[in-house]
Write a protein that binds this ligand. Sequence first.
Ligand code: AMP
Length: 452
Amino acid sequence: MKFADLGLSDELLRAIDESGYSEPTAIQAGAIPSVLMMRDIIGIAQTGTGKTASFVLPMIDILAHGRARALMPRSLILEPTRELAAQVAENFEKYGKYHKLSMALLIGGVQMGDQVKALEKGVDVLIATPGRLMDLFERGKILLTGCNLLVIDEADRMLDMGFIPDIENICTKLPANRQTLLFSATMPPPIKKLADKFLSNPKTIEVARPASRNENIEQFVVKTSERGKRDTLRGLIEAEDMATAIIFCNRKTTVRELAKSLQRHGYKAGEIHGDMDQSSRIAELDRFKAGTINILVASDVAARGLDVKGVSHVFNFDAPWHPDDYVHRIGRTGRAGAKGRAFTLVTPSDDEAIDNIEKLTGYKIPVHGGGAANPASAPESDKDAREPRRSARRAEPKAARGAKRAAEKPREAPKKDAGRRPAPQARPDDDDGADDGWNGPMPSFLSVGFGT
Ligand code: AMP
């Protein structure tokens, strides 16, 4: 199958060709012709499958004719996090360079004024996180009645983050006879219900989970102890032929502490997590992409879906709580046909998490036996690791920990709709798109006209 067989315009085919892609991926081949025929779609696919282009490409052709009116976007893409929203915007820039479409990004952490200005000019494509979109809608700064095409991306992650009521609400504000495309890595019952309610006669396209079946990623668990984790990690980094790595932690505080510890040990390490404002996250990612740092310590939400080429290693400093997160984490390596290695540090308390991962992926992860990487009994040399253990906190139920963290976190500007959205399900690094007070300059992609 060739891109030329999918019914896309010559301008788009040129832009695709210049991106270096020769063949459509399975989700692209399955979705693009149907989207062009204005059908509703359920795409069961996760990041790494090429799903972004499967909606961006046909959308560009669909929107090529017609004009945007002030405050009335012609299409809406809902994303759970700022990073994913920014990545979709980059896709529109890349593939839409021979079209004259305008887009705006509505995400938390950037000044609302600039976003409103972009909306007032009229946009063909609006990419938004649900929280910020609802804020602007309730302030009367946006009308969704001209929005005939809706994309709900990463629906299962939206569910995890407590966004489903917002999404239902948003769906009711759009014209009833719109086209709706829903993408989700899995279809748990609430997502199925959402699809039944808001999609009309959808075509379902399901593609293989890339990470669990990606033979290019070698996976290992590495046994260690809670106190030995940092030694184990450094041992692995030294023993591996590592170009660039993303190291995942379950908590934002662990991300911060581990990045500092690695820096003290002479590594070029940076950090990315949900407490950082948008400009800092972008700056840190740019440093990683440019090679100024070659280790990025990350939390799940901040790093989800990140598409950085050439990541040779993923280390799970903490075994993830949700098995789906494991699949997403290791999928940051072994991309575009490259080889990758993924290591998960496990302590005795992680047995259940590993069991759940193995059940989900249907793959028994081998135990890594490398000498340098077996310091379950290694001496603890990192002074930070001698901090008192937080065993008492670990014993708390997850929901209680989440609620506590939320309560402890100082909020610079209370959200006016606080209480409207149900509390997210105790994820440690939820990114609800809330305005976290960033007043820096607006990144260039936040409001751009793209094309010739
Ligand atoms: P996504 O699943 O949208 O996050 O895309 C994953 C990666 O696949 C990104 O790096 C895309 O640029 C890349 N990609 C998208 N379409 C293709 C294609 N047809 N062939 C090869 N790579 C692609």
